[in-house]
Design a protein around this ligand. Sequence first.
Ligand code: SF4
Length: 87
Amino acid sequence: MNWRVRALCRGDDPEMFFPIGNTTRGPGLKQTEAAKAVCGRCPVVRQCLDWAMESPVEGIWGGTTESERRAARRRLVRESLTDTAHV
Ligand code: SF4
């Protein structure tokens, strides 16, 4: 995982990337937006997201929340099943 040495979040407060509570409103949303803003400028966001999609990690990685990654995984499974059905 050598992409981590180029992570923009190195040196940031790690708690910012682990919002407590609801990430869709209130303080959790503000924290999530702040973390995503860092990810949005990060040179290794793609590598980080790829890793997070394959890892059962909590928090914000690759500019996504845990629930967003879960939803993306479900979408990928659905798409792959749909593709298989049309073969
Ligand atoms: S994408 Fe976000 S969480 Fe991942 S390394 Fe970059 S700043 Fe850190």
